[in-house]
Design a protein around this ligand. Structure first.
Ligand code: NAD
Length: 731
């Protein structure tokens, strides 16, 4: 190959070469084969030009013709890497590193004029430059988010951030969290040298650097350079080293996330050797991650599935968006207050209605607290906070909802009350207002019977705490129209959350599936396993909340209520109700021991007078635990897989029943809504990625079914897919 297809060479009369990153086949530049080839061609040309006439080139500027500077690795390529093709990946990565290193050491000043987002590979190109100028454009994010996809920055990102910032700062500020910085914050944290307000200013700053530094070199290529803050060969530094793995364990809770471990190893080992060797070490740790299953799971969920979900793959087509201007939130309790805040934050006017002016005002005070905190932490300005609060009107008067083009109901979980509040306002709001209920369990089709325009009625299931939780589950009732569904979808996007869409069913997708996780944990207590081991199993499986503490938060009376209603519904439909082994434990906890959960001051845990959680209740061991139950009869792996499998298997049943219609929705909903571990890539990707694929998963489910009960029997859809050699998500 003799031509560069993705990097354009533009040379001005003063001897500055601008390398314009511009992949003709893609909307963003990525590290694909064409880029790798182009970079080699360009590097050869630069070297040849300097060799022939050192004065012909004064300096080099990297910039891009796209909206973003450079998007990073090509994830379509990465998700296909297998241990067999890993060598190819290693060679390709090393070639890019070699070329960037050749440019970096050419003896000419090199500047990154970052005209938009520079994440991952994009920031790594910038790191190979002697000077980094970032344009302060909307959406210009800077950093190395690879860890959030189960990877590490394998284009020199670990080697150079360690040399730029020191091991500790590189790990904490850039590598381990994958923080994406705004240009301003990138400047404050030492990731870039300058920020420019306009495109012209950015290029002028790049030229000015070249003028002032005709013989620029990287700090690490200057004589006497030492890594800031020291390296493990310094005893003072080495004394702090054990704290890193300990913090890592805290970050991942012992769950199987290999990326942080490899990042730490690449950073520490690479700091003790020369630059070139460090690059090879980094490449090896990168390839190990890329060839493994976890990065594939995480790329699938956090890149492809998230993109599919947010871009509206599941939104009815051909319906014009109509942004909501004024929303009525009915009920200013915990959920209503959070929903009001999220809507006002997105610029929507909110009428927050409750039974009395005092309770409505109390609901608004939640936003006041969040705003005060955001101002004090510098996350927003007082002006913006005031404007947000001015958008929320608390009231007890139904007439105040006049002019609202959407309604979100969040009163107590009681159908009769929900019917009543909709009747009260349905003729006051706009005649075609979107009507949403935030019920967490009540079937939407039956709730819709309480309103005149059932076609405009839809479930909008938020998660607590609303301001932090990114997901909203949209539930389509039997009579919900496509227009209402599209408007609900758009409303969720308008408030910058992620919408999944499901069909109506008791508990929908999320509430039903999370119930299985909790039931398995509680059942294990009943089987005699040490409660602390049950909690540990959930944490090490990667669940963000321990299972018994989650049960306490939700209160033990809730599953009893849901059980009674579900039992009635099953029996009314002529079916037979099957008890879950968890039921007896919950009944004893409530009836025999009077421990209904956190709100009652006592549950699986004990609580202090201030409501803070203390230790597990010692009575659990006394009344339930049997010596030896865990080690001999129920291995730790089984404990973890019972939780994971019970959720995965029921998700397949929900697909069979037609409640779920999209694999991406299931994966995203499970991670963002109910805390299914992120390393799995979501509840169905967990099945795809299980050892042995679907057949391996089916075999293991059958084993669990024999040992722990029929609820682990694999559903027909799963068995069928396994036999056909398919995966979830295959078109
Ligand atoms: P909550 O008890 O905190 O608040 C309910 C509010 O509704 C109270 O402020 C009450 O005064 C008000 N209310 C009662 N009657 C009213 C009326 N006639 N008009 C206006 N307001 C009235 O309850 P919550 O936890 O906010 O839950 C509200 C709804 O959200 C329920 O349907 C619940 O199932 C659902 N939900 C809850 C969660 C959760 O985690 N708590 C999550 C998702 C969905």
């Amino acid at each position: 190959m003799t031509e560069s297809t993705t990097i354009r060479w533009e040379q001005d009369e003063t001897g500055i070469v601008t390398l314009v990153l511009d992949d003709p086949d893609q909307s963003a530049n990525t590290m694909n084969q064409a880029f790798r080839d182009s970079l080699t061609v360009i590097t050869d040309r630069l070297e040849a030009a300097v060799q022939a006439d050192p004065d012909s080139i004064r300096g080099i500027v990297f910039t891009s013709a796209k909206k973003t500077f450079f998007a990073g690795g090509d994830l379509r390529d990465l998700i296909r890497v297998t241990p067999e093709t890993a060598q190819q990946l290693l060679d390709g990565g090393l070639a890019i590193k070699r070329d960037l290193r050749r440019i970096e050491t050419l003896g000419k000043p090199v500047v990154a004029a970052m005209n938009g987002a520079a994440l991952g590979g994009g920031y790594e190109i910038a790191l190979a430059c002697h000077h980094r100028v970032a344009l302060d454009a909307p959406g210009s994010k800077i950093g190395c988010p690879e860890v959030t996809l189960g990877l590490l920055p394998g284009g020199g990102g670990v080697v150079r951030t360690v040399r730029l910032l020191g091991i500790a700062d590189a790990l904490l500020k850039v590598l381990l969290q994958g923080t994406q910085y705004s240009p301003q914050r990138a400047l404050e944290n030492g990731l870039v040298h300058e920020v420019a307000a306009t495109h012209e200013e950015m290029l002028a700053k790049a030229r000015a650097f070249i003028d002032a530094n005709p013989e620029s070199r990287q700090p690490w290529d200057k004589p006497g350079y030492r890594i800031p803050g020291g390296t493990p060969s310094n005893p003072k530094f080495a004394a702090n080293l054990p704290a890193f793995p300990a913090n890592l364990r805290k970050q991942t809770n012992g769950a199987p996330y290999p990326a942080p471990r490899n990042i730490l190893a690449a950073a520490v080992e690479g700091s003790q050797v020369d630059f070139e060797t460090a690059q090879v070490i980094e490449a090896r740790y990168f390839v190990e991650l890329a060839a493994g299953q976890t990065s594939k799971n995480m790329i699938q969920a956090f890149f492809f599935d998230l993109q599919a979900v947010n871009s509206g793959a599941n939104r009815p087509k051909g319906i014009e968006p109509r942004p909501v201007r004024r929303v009525a939130v009915l009920g200013a309790g915990m959920m209503g207050a959070g929903i009001a805040y999220s809507c006002a934050r997105a610029g929507i006017d909110v009428v927050l209605k409750d039974v009395s002016a005092e309770s409505a005002a109390k609901g608004k005070s939640y936003s006041e607290k969040l705003c005060a905190k955001a101002v004090s932490r510098g996350r927003t300005t007082q002006e913006k906070a005031d404007a947000l609060l001015a958008r929320i009107t608390p009231t007890a008067d139904p007439q105040d909802v006049a002019g609202c083009d959407a309604v979100i109901e969040a009163v107590f979980e009681d159908s009769a009350l929900k019917h009543k509040v909709f009747q009260e306002i349905q003729h006051i709001v706009e005649p075609d207002a979107l009507l949403c209920s935030n019920t967490s369990t009540l079937p939407i089709t039956a709730l819709a019977e309480g309103v005149e325009r059932q076609v405009d009625f839809v479930g909008l299931h938020f998660f607590s705490p609303v301001d932090k939780m990114p997901l909203v589950e949209i539930i389509k009732g039997e009579r919900t129209g496509d227009e209402a569904l599209a408007r609900a979808f758009d409303l969720v996007r308008q408030i910058r959350k992620t919408p999944i869409v499901v069909n109506d069913s008791r508990g929908f997708f999320t509430s039903r599936v999370i119930g299985h996780f909790i039931n398995e944990g509680v059942a294990m207590v009943g089987e005699g396993i040490e409660p602390a081991s049950v909690e540990q199993a959930a944490a090490q499986a990667g669940y963000p909340a321990k299972v018994l503490s989650l049960m306490d938060e939700l209160t033990l009376t809730l599953p009893r209520k849901i059980r009674a209603e579900s039992k009635r519904a099953v029996e009314e439909a002529g079916g037979t109700w099957t008890e879950h082994p968890a039921d007896a434990v919950i009944d004893r906890m409530v009836d025999e021991f009077g421990r209904p959960g956190r709100s009652g001051g006592a549950g699986f845990y004990e609580y202090g007078d201030d409501g803070r959680r203390a230790g597990l209740w010692p009575g659990l061991r006394e009344h339930f635990t049997r010596a030896g139950a865990a080690e001999a009869e129920i291995p730790f792996r089984d404990m973890q897989e019972r939780m994971l499998f019970s959720e995965a298997l029921d998700t397949v049943r929900l697909l069979e029943e037609g409640v779920l219609t999209s694999v991406a929705d299931a994966n995203i909903g499970s991670i963002f809504g109910i805390g299914f571990p992120g390393w799995t890539g979501g509840v169905l990707q967990y099945i795809n990625g299980y050892e042995g694929g679907l057949p391996g998963f089916v075999a293991r489910a059958r084993e669990l079914s024999e040992r722990y009960g029929e609820r682990f029997t694999p559903p027909a859809l799963l068995v069928e897919k396994a036999e056909k050699g398919e995966r979830f998500g295959d078109a």
